[in-house]
Design a protein around this ligand. Sequence first.
Ligand code: ADP
Length: 243
Amino acid sequence: MEEKPEKLISDEGIRVDGRRPDELRPVKMEVGVLDKSDGSAYVEFGGTKVIAAVFGPREAHPRHLALPDRAILNCRYHMTSFSVEERKPLGMTRREVELSKVIREALETVVFLEEFPRASIDVYIEVIQADGGTRTTGLTAASLALADAGIPMADLIAAVAVGKVEGQLVLDLCDVEDKYGEADMPVAIAPRFNSIVLLQLNGRLTPEEFKKGMELAQKGIAEIYRMQRETLKKKFSSARMEA
Ligand code: ADP
């Protein structure tokens, strides 16, 4: 585990990786990165690197799990064993099972599941490298992969964590800030409706800090949402040119 730096915020208000409090890490996004799945995306926030792949809608298996009036959405969030320095257990840990569930519940709010009775839509999130904010990066990637698969959705989901580090509210925590900061609050929003689809808080914030943190998250999410739409536009406009 990385050691705690002497200071997480400099006297000039600069963070361990050189960012200002309201700055995102360098972000990369790409869709259609895999051939075998129906949709896929690669998303990178600084040192956090995630691939999402989507299959479906396809016949639900085992068939007795199929629902007569809508599709089931399966979601698996998994960290590869080389994604962290420590020895990560090979199977699904409790943390991964919990994150799979909260990510699925967030995605279920936007996917039009009722359009595909008896079907399943399967979402796989693989964390290739972890440096804080893997659930938010995973959700951002999963919604891009669903869009890439052409699955009808009310909106994309854009997500980022905010937190408190040495008394300062900061956007998009890296691993060291997450570990040694006072609070970590992942937020996911469907921006078109401004509806919060995931909100967790680890640590403590005052009501004022919570409000300011939400504003900071919304600012970051607006930027992430713009990048997601650009990424999809780029892919589909180049597909049109090729046709
Ligand atoms: P998130 O990745 O969504 O911020 P957590 O707050 O649980 O979720 O984890 C914060 C960070 O801690 C992760 O991004 C990762 O860098 C690190 N981490 C999580 N699980 C492990 C693990 N099993 N071994 C080492 N580091 C881990």
